[in-house]
Design a protein around this ligand. Structure first.
Ligand code: NAD
Ligand code: TYD
Length: 360
C-alpha cells in the first residue's frame, strides 16, 4: 500500500486532492494529512473520509521540524504532496512575514525531513520516493495584455509577497534537486476554482456576496486577466505528474481559459440567475447593480496565462471541465453547503472582510 503525506490537506486544493485520490485508488493507498488548521483549513472538508482506516489526520505546523520528522519516523512515506501555504495575495500585502515563514521555512522543513528519511548512506535516494511541490503561475510575474504565455522556461519575476515567497520555495526545491538529486517535481498552476474554496478568493467571494445581495467589489478597472482551472482538473494533473512525469522536471498546469475579472463576475451573476428558481427570495437580490469598482490591489499583476504544452505532450493531461460547466458545479456545491459557508464566514472572516473592504 502506497503512503502519501499530504500537507495542507484541509485547505481548498488539498481537500479536493484527498477526495480525488480516495475516489480513484480507494483502499490501495493511505493518506496522512498534516495541517495546522489556520483560518484556511477546515476539518469539515474531510468529514466523509475522517473515519477511514487508511486516512490519518495530524494537526501540526510544517515549520515544526520535530513534529514533521516524527511523521516520517512513524510512517514509511512514499510520496509527499506539498500544498500547505499561506495562499492569499491580499493578506500577503497586509502581513508578509507569515508568508515567508510558512511558505519558505515550512518548505525547507519538509524538504529536510523528506531527505533525512529517504537518503541512503551513499547519497542516493530510496527507490520510488517522490516529493511534489505544488506551486503557482504567479512566480512568473505579469504578462502584457496583448500576448505571451508562461512556459516552464519563463524567468521568475514575482511581484507580491505571496508570489515572492512561493518563488523562494520553488528555488529551494530546485536547489535540493540540483545539489542532492533529491527526487522531486514542481508544478506551477493557474488560478483554481471549485468546491471548498475559501470566500476570500474572487469566485466564492462573489457567489457568497451576490446571494446575500452585498456589493461585488471589483478591483481597479476589472480587466485583469487570470487563467481559470477547475480544481478537479488540477488535482488530476498532480496525480498524473507523480505517476508519469519525469523526475526533476517542472510542469505548468493551466487550461487556456483566460478571463477578465469583470467577465467572471458577470458570468457568476448570469449563472446564479439561471439556477435560482423564481420563488427563491435570493433571486431578487442577484443583479449586475451589485457590481462596485473599488480601489485597485497594490502591485496588481495584469495578466496570467499558462502554456500547458509540456504537460499535454509528455503526460497526456488535458483539462476536462469547460468554464461555464465548472461555474455551475461550483455554485451547485455552494448551494448544497450553505452551512459550510455560514461557518467559514462567521467570526474572524467578518473582521477580515471589514478591514479589507473598508465596510461595516
Ligand atoms: P488554502 O489557503 O485553501 O489552504 C492552505 C492549507 O494549508 C490550509 O488547510 C491551512 O490550514 C494549511 N496551512 C497553512 N499554514 C500551515 C502551516 N504552517 N503548517 C501546516 N499547514 C498549514 O490554499 P489552496 O488554495 O488550497 O492552495 C494550496 C497550494 O496550492 C498552495 O501552495 C498554493 O500556493 C498553491 N496554488 C493555489 C492556487 C489557487 O488558485 N488556489 C493555484 C496554484 C497553486
Ligand atoms: P484572487 O482570487 O485573490 O486570486 P489571485 O490574486 O491569486 O489571482 O483574485 C483573482 C483576481 O480577482 C485578481 O485579479 C484580483 C481580483 N479580485 C477582485 O477584483 N475583487 C476581489 O474582491 C478579489 C478577492 C479579487
Amino acid at each position: 500500500m502506497r503512503t502519501y503525506l499530504v500537507t495542507g490537506g484541509a485547505g481548498f486544493i488539498g481537500s479536493n486532492f484527498i477526495h480525488y485520490m480516495f475516489g480513484k485508488y480507494g483502499d490501495d493507498i493511505r493518506i496522512i494529512n498534516v495541517d495546522a488548521l489556520t483560518y484556511a483549513g477546515n476539518p469539515e472538508n474531510l468529514k466523509e473520509v475522517q473515519d477511514q482506516d487508511n486516512y490519518v489526520f495530524v494537526r501540526a505546523d510544517i515549520c515544526d521540524r520535530e513534529a514533521i520528522s516524527r511523521i516520517f519516523t512513524e510512517y514509511d512515506i512514499d510520496r509527499v504532496v506539498h500544498f500547505a501555504a499561506e495562499s492569499h495575495v491580499d493578506r500577503s500585502i497586509k502581513n508578509p512575514e507569515i508568508f515567508i515563514r510558512t511558505n519558505v521555512l515550512g518548505t525547507a522543513v519538509m524538504l529536510n525531513c523528506a531527505r533525512d528519511a529517504w537518503e541512503n548512506s551513499d547519497g542516493t535516494f530510496r527507490e520510488g520516493k517522490r516529493f511534489l511541490h505544488v506551486s503557482t503561475d504567479e512566480v512568473y510575474g505579469s504578462l502584457e495584455e496583448d500576448g505571451g504565455y508562461f512556459y516552464e522556461t519563463t524567468p521568475y519575476a514575482p511581484h507580491s509577497p505571496y508570489s515572492a515567497s512561493k518563488a523562494s520555495s520553488d528555488m529551494l526545491v530546485k536547489a535540493y534537486m540540483d545539489t542532492y538529486r533529491f527526487p522531486a517535481n514542481i508544478t506551477n498552476c493557474s488560478n483554481n476554482y471549485g468546491p471548498y474554496q475559501f470566500p476570500e478568493k474572487l469566485i466564492p467571494l462573489m457567489i457568497n456576496n451576490a446571494l446575500l445581495g452585498k456589493k461585488l467589489p471589483v478591483y481597479g478597472d476589472g480587466k485583469n486577466v487570470r487563467d481559470w482551472l477547475y480544481v478537479e482538473d488540477h488535482v488530476k494533473a498532480i496525480d498524473m505528474v507523480m505517476e508519469k512525469g519525469r523526475l526533476f522536471e517542472t510542469y505548468n498546469i493551466g487550461g487556456h481559459n483566460e478571463k477578465q475579472n469583470i467577465e467572471i463576475v458577470r458570468t457568476i451573476i448570469e449563472v446564479l440567475q439561471e439556477m435560482l428558481s423564481k420563488d427563491d427570495p435570493r433571486r431578487a437580490l442577484v443583479s449586475e447593480e451589485l457590481i462596485t469598482y473599488v480601489e485597485d490591489r497594490k502591485g496588481h499583476d495584469r495578466r496570467y496565462a499558462i502554456a500547458p504544452d509540456k504537460i499535454r505532450a509528455e503526460i497526456g493531461w488535458e483539462p476536462e471541465t469547460m468554464f461555464r460547466e465548472g461555474i455551475r458545479r461550483t455554485i451547485q456545491w455552494y448551494f448544497e453547503h450553505e452551512d459550510w459557508m455560514k461557518y467559514v464566514t462567521s467570526g474572524a472572516y467578518q473582521k477580515y472582510y471589514e478591514e479589507m473592504y473598508d465596510v461595516k
